[in-house]
Design a protein around this ligand. Structure first.
Ligand code: VAH
Length: 315
């Protein structure tokens, strides 16, 4: 195995994925890249390259410069942002994937991780315990791009033998990066506002149930699917993955166990329609059977960890 390249390393998942992969494979073997340099501390924490995920030649040059064999393509526009800029969202989410798939087809990359999302499901999908295989009529640009991307990943694997692996992430919650334009990001913001103001105005209704996961679990799942023997990865579109599901009301109750006076108000905005189009809970039995996936964080464990880290960060 050669070096690892993370494209979109400065994003919500990318920053934590970079740290985790460096702790496993060594800092110098994990190249972080993004379209621009952001947090100086992160950029200076190890090898960093400015790479536009839409620039095939830039990606190819970095792969050759560092003898990269594994690529994690984390650059994308998320659901809420994509609705405001559909053409660019489609361009970024799809053409970045084609660049990496074509480099693998040409033998320049050995293994790819590409994130999909439960956003591939739509209003006609069964909402409870959504199965791995079911009706998928996404009604968001983000969901359409992820569903199309899954089809192309499976096609490149079946036709050209490309070893591309993918996970349908639920909403992800982390303490180390601020929300990045996702519909589920209320579940990140609520912890920040609980500590800052003791109250939070939520852009979803309090009964909106969504599949969610703590970032520690998501990062571990990403590492585990990439470390699994190729023959264990039987699904080459993307694996359903889940840990928990909750509503704004339930996360509020979890926070109140630490901060009894915390309150929320709800003023649903355009993101309510996006959330209502998604499943409420996910069946991830295929991931558990094929590569031994199991989550570790439930809602209360996540709340404890989030509040501890955010409080320590604020000191
Ligand atoms: C979003 N956080 O809200 C992402 C995620 C399931 C949602 O893909 O767009």
């Amino acid at each position: 195995m050669g070096a690892i390249l993370i494209i979109g390393a400065c994003g919500q998942i990318g920053t934590e994925l970079t740290k985790k992969l460096r702790s496993i494979y060594g800092t110098d073997n994990v190249i972080a890249s993004d379209v621009r340099k952001t947090d100086p501390e992160f950029v200076e924490s190890g090898p960093f390259e400015v790479v536009n995920a839409l620039d095939f030649n830039q990606i190819e040059q970095v792969i050759e410069k560092y003898n990269v064999t594994d690529v994690y393509l984390m650059a994308a526009l998320l659901s809420a942002t994509a609705e405001k800029n559909p053409a660019f969202a489609w361009d970024l989410n799809m053409n970045s994937l084609f660049h990496v798939l074509n480099l693998a087809k040409a033998g320049k990359i050995e293994k790819i991780f590409w994130p999909s999302s439960i956003a591939v499901f739509g209003p006609t999908t069964p909402k409870q315990n959504t199965p791995q295989y079911t009706v998928m009529e996404p009604s968001t640009v983000y969901g359409i791009s992820k569903q199309s991307g899954e089809r192309w990943c499976e096609y490149y694997h079946n036709l050209y033998g490309v070893d591309v692996r993918s996970i349908r992430y639920p909403g992800l919650i982390s303490w180390s990066t601020l929300p990045g334009g996702g519909t589920t990001d209320y579940a990140v913001d609520i912890y920040h506002k609980a500590l800052e103001n003791g109250t939070y105005n939520c852009f979803l209704s309090e009964e909106t149930r969504l599949p969610m996961m703590y970032m520690d679990d998501a990062i571990r799942a990403t590492v585990e699917i990439m470390q699994a023997p190729a023959e264990d990865i039987k699904i080459r579109s993307s694996y359903n993955l889940s840990a928990m599901d909750f509503t704004p009301k339930e996360i509020t109750e979890s926070i109140k166990k630490h901060m009894p006076d915390f309150t929320i108000s709800c003023e649903p905005d355009f993101r309510q329609k996006i959330a209502d189009s998604w499943p409420q809970s996910i069946d991830d039995s295929s991931a558990r059977e094929d590569w031994n996936w199991k989550h570790e964080f439930d809602l209360d464990a996540m709340t404890t960890d989030m509040l501890e880290h955010l409080s320590a960060k604020a000191e």
